[in-house]
Design a protein around this ligand. Structure first.
Ligand SMILES: [Zn+2]
Length: 324
């Protein structure tokens, strides 16, 4: 049966610090937004109960008689999407081998679908972002960590156990910094916000714009300060920004070569700094990808902001409901 009636989904986004929820219609319009602390140490059952309350509050903003297709949940991972079972999630301690999917479905009396936040961010871009209808799209978030979501041939790439898309651990510079996991020279270890700050800290001279912004203490350096100091002509900061652009470009170039996407979208806090050097970033990605791209690279910065995974969670629900 086809109908032109607007559809609605409940959506949630679970991070290590906050859980956000909203009612979202098929055009991406949100109502009933709410947020609670995740407090993962209180346990997954407790979090599920509190999320159900948040979702019910969002549901109360629905127009009378609205049909809700279900609940889409975006979450920090790693996670097995089919069951929603966590696999040693670093930001949700104590949730390993557990899932909230059955409990939440029971509380809400609705079907619940779960996905990894970066994968759902990629899905959101194909429906609500600048690349509506894209069949091959990669989303890369560069902030405290580096993560990714891959849509290939219109499907979410999840891997055999839900671990696909960990683009943060692509090797971009052997012999350079390691990430927290310990891989040598990976994207996350050499281009995340903390990696940018650490690279600058290790070049600390105690002079110049960066030293001023950091109040004379190298431990205060943030990636934002590095980008700002580079704008002010600080030579060390410029060197670190150049290195960051190249590390990001090597990672993005590798992804282009492997997946040949129509669009490569980047998001996360570090992107604000990178946007000031967009032409150079694009040129560097071209330099680090196969000549077949012909000097044009489908690189954009997300416009969906912090809502990207929440919108992806809603799109997951619309999509799965259609397939049932
Ligand atoms: Zn790594």
């Amino acid at each position: 049966m086809t109908t032109s009636k607007t559809q609605y989904a409940l959506a949630a986004d679970i991070g290590g610090t906050n859980i956000r929820a909203a009612l979202i219609d098929s055009e991406g319009r949100m109502t009933g937004r709410g947020s609670i602390n995740t407090d993962p140490e209180r346990g997954i059952e407790d979090a599920s109960d509190r999320l159900a309350k948040l979702l019910k509050a969002a549901l109360a903003t629905a127009p009378k008689g609205t049909e809700i297709v279900g609940v889409g949940v975006s979450t920090a991972g790693p996670i097995r999407p089919a069951t929603g079972t966590y696999n040693h999630p670093p930001n949700l301690p104590g949730w390993h081998d557990k899932t909230m999917k059955p409990q939440l479905a029971d509380s809400m009396s609705l079907p619940v679908w779960v996905g990894h936040d970066a994968t759902l961010a990629a899905l959101a871009e194909t429906r609500f972002g600048d690349h509506v209808g894209a069949e091959n799209l990669i989303y890369v978030t560069i902030s405290t960590g580096v993560g990714g979501g891959i849509i290939a041939n219109s499907e979410m790439v999840t891997g055999s156990s839900g671990g696909a898309g960990e683009v943060g651990h692509l090797s971009v510079r052997t012999g350079a910094y390691k990430c927290n996991v310990g891989c040598d020279g990976c994207f996350e270890g050499n281009a995340s916000g903390p990696a940018i700050a650490r690279t600058a800290r290790d070049r600390w001279t105690g002079k110049g714009a960066l030293a001023d912004l950091a109040g004379g203490d190298p431990n205060n350096i943030t990636s934002r300060m590095v980008f700002d100091a580079a704008d002010d002509g600080d030579l060390i900061a410029k060197e670190v920004v150049d290195l960051t652009i190249e590390n990001v470009a090597i990672g993005l170039g590798s992804l282009l070569n492997v997946f040949n996407p129509e669009a490569l979208v980047i998001g996360g806090g570090v992107v604000q700094g990178l946007q000031r050097h967009w032409d150079r970033l694009q040129q560097s990605v071209i330099d680090h990808s196969l000549p077949g791209y012909g000097g044009t690279i489908p690189l954009t910065a997300t416009r969906l902001g912090d809502d990207v995974s929440l919108l992806g969670a809603a799109q997951l629900a619309f999509r799965q409901a259609r397939r049932q």
